[in-house]
Design a protein around this ligand. Structure first.
Ligand code: ASP
Length: 418
């Protein structure tokens, strides 16, 4: 993220967060040596808690507005039925696979006892009993305000889908509300950026306390969790995207990745799907995608399809659970698959947004949101990888749908030259 317009703020946010993390670690080690864990918990941690509160505070508006806005931007419910239906199924399916891959690798490493366990005393962990049928029933809210007030994500997403559909169905009457949603979404994004800018301070206070209480050993494990995430990212790209391009689009995966390389590099460096969108559209069109398909499938994907974010959520939830000495049950992992799939849909395509949505995933299985502090300092590194996957997944879908549309109208398929 470049914020140099004023010429004064030379360091990027990532650099500031890194500094916050570094200073937090140093302060934590000093307090730990002085045996002042009690002091940090009473007087430093509350500032970290303020930061966490702000993260949580934004989850409801972001999810509600981004999904409603996404539905409204499809413009015509019938069009959603044809191209949109396939696109959404593809997105959900690949995202669910992504999170399963993330959980698999994280559990593998956890099984080898490579993740640390914190000495926390303040976690009262109650396992939520996950009853599958109840989970399904509870997705549908019986009260319009309850999901907003309780930040209950699944019912919130259902409410957002209905709101979007209602706005479209109301035609002219819905237009003003649709515009209001679009405007409110913009405003929320601005607030999101403000809160993300507080990350260095939040990270400092939270880490200082965690390390003062637990000692410095926790730090080395961060490199490990990053490694696990990147292994899962690469597996997903090779297996899922490779297979999709080869078998659905019937294109050479090498040609595809070569064609998409500029967009992938852009995603890696900007850590924003939204910022990468124009380049992604251009790369796909150059590879032979139908322009009307890419201009519909890719923006939708930049908003709702986040395979990298889903992998990150799987890996980091297992890591955080492990740090707090919690072993997730299969039922809880199923809850994570469901919530992370939906959370990744609600994640805005901007830098760092996935970390905010992680709060929702952690809450769904009753893990402490404060665990985010452990990884926040290196979130940028996770984000580079996950954003690259996010936009690559969108492009694989655009190419596949283009092939279907071309076949439908009997047009030649450029990448299948005879
Ligand atoms: N930065 C990601 C994206 O734009 C979202 C995230 O933080 O996971 O795709």
């Amino acid at each position: 993220m470049s914020n140099d317009q004023t010429g004064k703020r030379k360091l990027s946010l990532a650099a500031w967060i890194f500094i916050g993390m570094f200073l937090g670690i140093v302060a934590g080690i000093i307090f730990n040596m002085l045996n002042m864990g009690g002091f940090t918990t009473s007087y430093l941690k509350p500032f970290g808690t303020i930061y966490i509160n702000l993260l949580k505070f934004l989850v409801v508006p972001v999810v509600l507005l981004s999904i409603t806005n996404g539905v409204v931007s499809l413009k015509d419910i019938k069009r959603v039925g044809t191209i949109g239906g396939k696109t959404i199924i593809y997105y959900l399916f690949t995202t669910a696979i992504a999170i399963v891959i993330g959980l698999l690798f994280a559990n593998l490493f956890k099984g080898m006892n490579w993740f640390p366990k914190l000495e926390t005393t303040d976690l009262v962990y109650e396992a939520k009993t996950a009853n599958f049928m109840n989970t399904i029933v509870n997705i549908f809210p019986s009260n319009a305000l309850a999901p907003l007030v309780n930040a209950d994500m699944l019912p919130l997403i259902v409410s957002a889908l209905f709101l979007g559909a209602g706005i479209l169905a109301a035609g002219e009457h819905g237009q003003r509300i649709g515009q209001f949603v679009a405007d409110a979404y913009e405003v929320t994004m601005k607030i999101l950026m403000m809160i993300i800018w507080l990350s260095p301070i939040g990270v400092f206070f939270l880490l200082a306390d965690v390390i003062a209480v637990n000692g410095a050993a926790i730090v080395g494990s961060l490199a490990l969790v990053i490694l696990v995430a990147f292994i899962a990212y690469i597996v997903h790209v090779v297996i899922v995207y490779g297979a999709s391009v080869k078998f659905l689009t019937k294109m050479s995966p090498l040609a595809f990745f070569k064609g998409l390389a500029p967009a992938m590099i852009c995603a890696f460096t900007t850590t924003s799907s939204n910022a990468t969108l124009p380049l992604n559209i251009e790369c796909c069109n150059k590879m032979g995608s139908d322009p009307e398909v890419s201009s519909f499938v890719l923006p939708l994907g930049a908003t709702i399809n986040m395979d990298g974010t889903a992998i990150y959520m799987g890996v980091t939830s297992v890591f955080i659970a492990s740090c707090y000495g919690v072993t997730l049950t299969l039922g809880q992992m199923a809850t994570i698959v469901l919530t992370a799939t939906l959370a990744s849909i609600g994640t805005a395509g901007v830098s760092g947004a996935g970390m905010i949505m992680l709060a929702m995933v952690l809450e769904s299985v009753n893990l402490p949101v404060a665990g985010i502090a452990l990884i926040a300092g290196v979130d940028k590194i996770f984000d580079m990888g996950r954003t690259t996957l996010n936009i690559t997944g969108d492009a694989t879908c655009a190419m596949w749908i283009s092939r279907i549309e071309k076949i439908k109208r009997g047009a030649p398929i450029p990448w299948e030259k005879k």
